[in-house]
Ligand binder design. Structure first.
Ligand SMILES: [Zn+2]
Ligand SMILES: [Zn+2]
Length: 71
């Protein structure tokens, strides 16, 4: 049986990630988007950073302290 590049387990069906080319099983990614779990993570992180970054640049030191307390 083929082996998943992500979890290292044998899988009946493997999909090939359209981004990094890793072979992943249906537990380790999104077969519909053809993205492995790692790349799904990357895609959502990139989107998140782009959205949040502009606001953060304007933050003062105090804002950071408040933010750290709140989290
Ligand atoms: Zn897997
Ligand atoms: Zn990938």
């Amino acid at each position: 049986m083929p082996i998943c590049d992500i979890c290292g387990m044998e899988a009946v069906t493997l999909y090939e990630c359209s981004r990094c080319g890793a072979k992943f099983c249906d537990e380790c990614g999104d077969p519909k988007r053809l993205l492995c779990y790692d790349c799904l993570d990357l895609e959502s992180e990139e989107g998140w950073i782009e959205e949040e970054w502009e606001e953060w640049e304007e933050w003062e030191e105090e804002d950071w302290e408040e933010w750290e307390e709140a989290n």
